[in-house]
Design a protein around this ligand. Structure first.
Ligand SMILES: Nc1ncnc2c1ncn2[C@@H]1O[C@H](COP(=O)(O)OP(=O)(O)OP(=O)(O)O)[C@@H](O)[C@H]1O
Ligand SMILES: [Mg+2]
Length: 269
């Protein structure tokens, strides 16, 4: 049985696509057959972050409209076995995703995949609602700032009222908090909310904390999910996150300011 996981946030630009690419790659690396679907109709970012934009022939909307089948449309990742991308359409028609169409595609994917990751567009309008509607679990991507936490709270409300699980009276969507762009130095200075603050406001399970990192920018510029940069702090934090998603107990890292050693303090660096 495939697990459908939506990566959502409410607020835009908090790191959903970055996280979808990293977590999807991580799940595939762990041996689970995984597909990442780009629900961001009109924008299409996932293929850029995954470095497969030149290989897009057909897209999600083509499959829904019956203009192409999944086999023709899914892009097999060249670096990671078990990993496939379903790219978004660049159509301007925001209503191109119908509930029936999305359900049919998800049902077909569910026969073949262990994990279906839905990279949601920002906001709480139709596109974001479609991305979360069929989810079994949700990764709520949040930055440690008030506006992001507020929008995550609104999305949590949607998850518990506007999803298929809610409408059918099934078990609730399992919600996970993923705190991204975390900067311990700024937290210490009181410029950002701390992990504890965010946990307390949203009161959902903490899945991961991804530090603010230059490695994310380098990775996205080179079209490679940051989780493959195993020397980087962000890459390691995403790996920990994937292991927690798979039920492993993994201690949290990168939560505090790295204390500089004596030599570093004297000589800089
Ligand atoms: N941990 C991080 N450290 C530094 N920069 C980051 C981090 N995570 C994401 N970013 C940067 O933040 C920007 C937004 O990231 P991303 O596109 O993943 O967000 P999004 O939530 O998918 O945005 P949208 O709502 O537009 O879909 C990108 O420039 C990305 O490189
Ligand atoms: Mg995005």
């Amino acid at each position: 049985m495939a697990k459908i996981i939506v990566v959502t946030s409410g607020k835009g630009g908090v790191g959903k696509t970055t996280s979808s690419a990293a977590i999807g790659t991580g799940l595939a690396l762990k041996g689970h057959k995984t597909v990442i679907i780009d629900f961001d109709i009109g924008l299409r970012n996932l293929d850029l972050i995954m470095g497969c934009e030149r290989r897009v022939v057909y897209d999600f909307v083509n499959v829904i409209n019956g203009e192409a089948n999944l086999k023709q449309t899914l892009i097999k990742d060249k670096r990671t076995d078990n990993l496939f991308i379903l790219p978004a359409s660049q159509t301007r028609d925001k209503d191109a995703l119908t509930k029936e169409g999305v359900e049919r595609v998800l049902n077909e994917l569910a026969k073949d995949f262990d994990f279906i990751l839905c990279d949601s567009p920002a906001g709480i309008e139709a596109g974001a609602m479609m991305a979360l509607y069929f989810a079994d679990e949700a990764v709520v991507v949040t930055n440690p700032e008030v506006s992001s936490v507020r929008d995550s709270d609104r999305i949590l409300g949607m998850l518990s009222s506007k999803s298929r699980r809610a409408e059918n009276g099934q078990d609730a969507i399992k919600e996970h908090l993923l705190l991204t762009r975390y900067n311990p130095e700024r937290v210490e200075k009181g410029e950002m909310l701390s992990v504890e603050d965010v946990k307390e406001i949203l009161s959902i399970d903490l899945l991961g904390v991804i530090p603010e990192s230059q490695a994310v920018l380098n990775a996205s510029n080179s079209g490679q999910p940051v989780i493959l940069d195993t020397d980087s702090d962000a890459g390691q934090a995403y790996l920990d996150t994937v292991e927690r998603l798979l039920g492993e107990k993994v201690p949290f890292r990168f939560l505090t300011v790295e204390k500089k050693g004596l030599l570093k303090r004297i000589f800089g660096g």
